[in-house]
Design a protein around this ligand. Structure first.
Ligand code: PMP
Length: 409
């Protein structure tokens, strides 16, 4: 067998299939403009002149990625310490900045310790596979809508996996009951789910965990910096942070920079630090990235105003879409999905919004969401103005002419 020929033929066939279904991913070239978020410079394909557009699909939820104090911290650290960390955490890559950020994140969540990773993805993958490999016979209970990075972590361990229906406590309880009483157990879930914007009943999950002797692992990637009095996420908002064993987060969304982390009991975090391949065998985050993230975390811990403004803007966006009769899906958070329902149409709507209306909204297709639930995922940030919102609604009405009234149907 000529592997190269077979593999190339397979790659081309699969890509053709994705194109036919409208699921082929094209990365729009979007240039961020410091100081002007959420305005970006879009570079159209085919070498046309760049155009300014308003981005509605940024995970820089508060615009912290271009905040002057965050940029100043990055610049100062870059000049003082250079461009890269120069090693893994173990081999000369740990600076006082890394230690300071870990202490800040532990304090943010009221935990004994925190540990940085190269990204939120790596944090989930590395921490879950380390924890689930720690004891023989582990059973892991995973919400059906958990992120790919958690699934990767669970698959990297010899644990028995049980998938419970999304946010369904009765199903979780039935599955916990069916597992051997003496087996070590871990319940893995998110707080804010990134594609639907709904929120887990964390307190009730902790009740079940306590009843069945399980530990809890909560991905707060779409909530840290955004919810709770000091930005500790939904676990802080709901007063349950002390009941969740491991809180995982990112520095790349509300905090606007890059990197991921876990926070928990000192011994658990030290165990992950000492055993997780995704921490041990990779270069540490660059000092200027850590300095920028530290500035951002400190700013958002101290100042609730950006959180309040985000909540107000998200409510305004939902109200504007509803008033225009656009097919908004229900959401309990700042994430606002707009149902399109078909992959090729979803891509075409996004293409026309960008090319004809200077509005960027990412099409979300299968397998990220189930078939038939294809959508645009919109997020208003504190920096999206009423005028931008009016432009978005007008653009959606022009591109989705049959959308008015669709919510009622
Ligand atoms: N968890 C969830 C729920 C996510 O949505 C993402 C990224 N979109 C991650 C983890 C990974 O975070 P990061 O982007 O920092 O790798």
């Amino acid at each position: 067998m000529d592997t190269r020929t077979t593999l190339l033929a397979h790659a081309r066939d699969s890509l053709d299939g994705l194109r036919r279904e409208g699921r082929y991913r094209e990365f729009a070239r979007l240039e961020r403009i410091a100081g002007r978020f959420p305005r970006y410079r879009w570079h159209p394909p085919g070498g046309e002149a760049p155009r300014e557009v308003t981005v509605w699909s940024s995970n820089d939820y508060l615009g912290m990625g271009t905040h002057p104090a965050v940029l100043a911290a990055a610049e100062a650290a870059l000049r003082a310490h250079g461009a890269g960390a120069g090693g893994t955490r173990n081999i000369s890559g740990t600076s006082p900045l890394h230690a300071a950020l870990e202490a800040e994140l532990a304090a943010l969540h009221g935990k004994e310790a925190a540990l940085l990773f190269g990204s939120g993805y790596v944090a989930n993958q590395a921490a879950l596979s380390a924890l689930l490999s720690a004891l023989p016979g582990f059973h892991v209970f995973s919400d059906a809508k958990n992120h790919n990075s958690m699934i990767a972590g669970m698959r990297g361990a010899p644990a028995a996996r049980h998938i419970w229906r999304h946010n369904d406590l009765a199903d979780l309880e039935a599955k916990l009951r069916a597992a051997p009483a003496e087996a070590p157990k871990l319940i893995a879930f998110e707080s804010v789910y990134s594609m639907d914007g709904d929120i887990a009943p964390i307190g009730a999950i902790c009740d079940l965990a306590e009843r069945h002797g399980a530990i809890t692992y909560c991905d707060e990637v779409h909530a840290v910096g955004l919810y709770g009095a000091t930005g500790g996420g939904i676990t802080e908002r709901d007063g349950v942070a002390h009941r969740v064993d491991v809180i995982e987060g990112t520095l790349a969304k509300a905090f606007g920079v890059h990197g991921g982390y876990v926070a928990g009991d000192a011994a658990l975090v030290d165990y992950i630090r000492s055993t997780a391949g995704g921490l041990i065998f990779t270069t540490a985050l660059p000092p200027h990235v850590v300095a920028a993230a530290l500035a951002s975390v400190r700013l958002l811990r101290a100042d609730p105003a950006p959180r309040a403004r985000l909540a107000e803007r998200a409510a305004a966006l939902k109200a504007a879409l509803d008033a225009a009769g656009l097919p908004r899906m229900p959401s309990a958070s700042h994430i606002v999905p707009l149902r399109i329902g078909e992959a090729a149409l979803c891509r075409e709507v996004a293409r026309r919004l960008l090319a004809e209306h200077a509005v960027y909204a990412t099409p979300i297709n299968y397998p990220t969401v189930p078939r038939g639930e294809e959508r645009l995922r919109l997020c208003a940030t504190p920096l999206h103005t009423d005028a931008m919102m009016a432009e978005l609604v007008a653009a959606l009405r022009a591109v989705l002419p049959r959308a008015a009234g669709a919510r009622a149907a």
